[in-house]
Design a protein. Structure first.
Length: 214
């Protein structure tokens, strides 16, 4: 028969071993829980996302969101820049068209004006020659001062009175009046042409539309 003292010692030792086992089991359980919380746990059919994986996912989502926002801003700036360049090109193209029209009409006006003045000067010379030959008070059949040739409507181009016809004016005076009327008519014709041609400029037409004649 086992002495009572040995039985007591064996019981105490068993109690110690049992307590130690509980401590170890508790430590293992705590470590498992902490590991699951930090790194996650995947045991079919159970899946637990850990803090580390969750933090990595949040960081990835944050980085993706920042990248998308940055791309949106860059795309917006690029679109603004492209729109500004297109607008600058459009304004430059329209201004060039308007300038070309102005230059063409001004050149035509100056050419026609110079022609009218030159022919008026020839008539002055003719007047002086005939007056010198016929003496003072001689009648002279004068040709009227010609205006510019061409134009949208011939009736709007001839604003002159025939030289020496009516009002008992001196032929030289009538010539100067005809020249003034001709110059004013040329100015009016040029202004009308300028307004009409400027109205044909489409400020919203693209370069492709202009190239195709649309």
């Amino acid at each position: 028969m086992i002495p009572v003292e040995w039985q007591a010692r064996a019981g105490a030792m068993a109690a110690k071993v049992g307590f130690s086992g509980l401590v170890i089991a508790a430590a293992l359980a705590f470590g498992t829980v902490q590991t699951a919380r930090l790194e996650g746990l995947m045991i079919w059919p159970l899946s637990i996302e850990g803090w580390i994986a969750k933090a990595d996912r949040f960081e990835t989502e944050r980085d993706d969101e920042r990248s998308a926002h940055r791309k949106t801003k860059n795309d917006y700036r690029a679109a603004q820049l492209a729109a500004a360049e297109m607008e600058a090109e459009r304004l430059k193209r329209v201004a060039q068209q308007q300038e070309d029209i102005t230059d063409a009409i001004e050149t035509d006006y100056r050419t026609r004006l110079a022609d009218a003045r030159a022919r008026a000067e020839r008539l002055r010379e003719e007047l002086r020659s005939r007056e010198g030959a016929a003496g003072a008070g001689g009648d002279l059949a004068m040709s009227r001062v010609p205006g510019a040739a061409g134009g949208s409507d011939a009736s709007t181009r001839d604003h002159r009175l025939p030289a020496g016809s009516g009002f008992d004016r001196d032929p030289a005076e009538q010539l100067e009046r005809d020249l003034v009327a001709t110059q004013q008519a040329l100015q009016l014709d040029a202004l009308i042409d300028w307004v009409e041609r400027q109205a044909t400029v489409d400020p919203n037409a693209s370069r492709e539309d202009q190239s195709s004649g649309r």
